[in-house]
Design a protein around this ligand. Structure first.
Ligand code: TLP
Length: 346
């Protein structure tokens, strides 16, 4: 049994022996001067998986999103985005800070924007209005607990945006989870967007790295933004090798994480003051609503820690458990035991 069972995020995984061997064996070069061969291989492989012309390797999912925003917008522009999206809630105001753009936020239904609301939010061509420069979608949608935004909805959003010649960016940090959960190809989801980010350091289990993919025209502009943000790295083949390994070996196994997340929800749902209906768990995130009269989210997380379980308190009323490569059935059993002990259930 591990000393702690870490459910805070799927970002916590550590590379195993085979991934470390791939890192050690990586052929590298100076990516800025000559192109690093392993980075190029990863970019080509990710672009093919996403059905895009190309992809750029960047250090993080946040940078992938911000490279896209910088490539699509000008200061004074506006983007349309779901109110709980990572780009507005979790990137420290980067859209305004880095690019001078503001966000028109809409409330989604488990991450899905209403196409008619998007249409109504697009600004008219009017001197007093900001220009609507971008629509952002997120797949899977983190804020609603890893829900898969349906392909039909993404297509409808893309149709509305394209009518008005507005590009769509997809934050696909956990796109691979959506692919495995739905059976829809990554390229089908990605076809609904003009740029797509994809993270290797979440459920795919690599230590570092994301890509931002799109058309050749988009990538020309994106390269300049990556350069400005300091995201063009040198012998980055070392980390790209881990990402390549992850893309080759860790996609299908995400189904195990999804099954484990459902199992975890079954253990917790209905305990006093906790709700996380298992039928709502679609991928590897379990959002638990906390309505206990003695504990808020942070209080419960502290109690879980005493039992060797690490979990994130996303708000006073919500805990988030995330399943990944480095937790298994015995860790879920530990959560169940801990919860019963904390809540006094025999
Ligand atoms: N999300 C992290 C935290 O920032 C909340 C997590 O633990 O879930 N898009 C989405 C949808 C994400 O969930 C994240 C990371 C990112 C982008 C940013 O990725 P990084 O952390 O690599 O910058």
């Amino acid at each position: 049994m591990r000393a702690t069972s870490d459910f805070r995020s799927d970002t916590v995984t550590r590379p195993g022996a085979a991934m470390r061997a791939a890192i050690a064996a990586a052929e590298v070069g100076d990516d800025v001067l000559d192109g690093d061969p392993t980075v190029r291989a990863l970019e080509a492989r990710a672009a093919a998986w996403l059905g895009k012309d190309g992809a750029l390797f960047v250090p993080s999912g946040t940078m992938a999103n911000q490279v896209a925003l910088g490539a699509w917008t000008k200061p004074g522009d506006e983007l349309i985005v779901e109110r709980d999206a990572h780009v507005v809630r979790w990137e420290a105001g980067a859209a305004g800070f880095l690019h001078g753009v503001q966000s028109a936020t809409l409330t989604g239904d488990r991450g899905a924007l209403d196409p008619e609301e998007v249409r109504a939010t697009i600004r008219p061509d009017f001197i007093h209005s900001p220009r609507t420069a971008l629509v952002c979608v997120e797949q899977t949608h983190m804020g609603s607990g890893g829900s898969v935004v349906p392909l039909g909805n993404l297509r409808a959003i893309a149709a509305v945006a394209r009518e008005r010649r507005i590009p769509v960016h997809m934050d696909g940090a956990r796109l691979a989870n959506a692919v495995v959960a739905s059976g829809v190809a990554a390229s089908e989801f990605a076809a609904c967007a003009d740029s797509v980010s994809l993270c290797f350091s979440k459920g795919l289990g690599a230590p570092i790295g994301s890509v931002i993919a799109g058309s050749s025209d988009f990538l020309e502009r994106a390269k300049v933004v990556r350069k400005r943000l300091g995201g063009w790295m040198r012998q980055s083949g070392l980390i790209a090798a881990a990402a390549l390994y992850a893309l080759e070996h860790h996609v299908e196994r995400l189904a195990d994480d999804h099954a484990l997340a459902k199992e975890l929800a079954r253990c917790l749902h209905g305990l006093p003051g906790l709700a996380c209906p298992p039928e709502r768990i679609e991928t590897n995130l379990v959002l638990v609503q906390v309505t206990h009269r003695d504990f808020d989210g942070a209080g419960l997380a502290a109690k879980f820690k005493e039992h060797g379980v690490l979990v994130s308190a996303l708000s006073p009323r919500a805990l988030r458990f995330v399943t990944h490569l480095d937790v298994g059935r015995e860790d879920v059993e530990r959560v169940a035991r801990a919860a019963r002990s904390i809540l006094g259930v025999s």
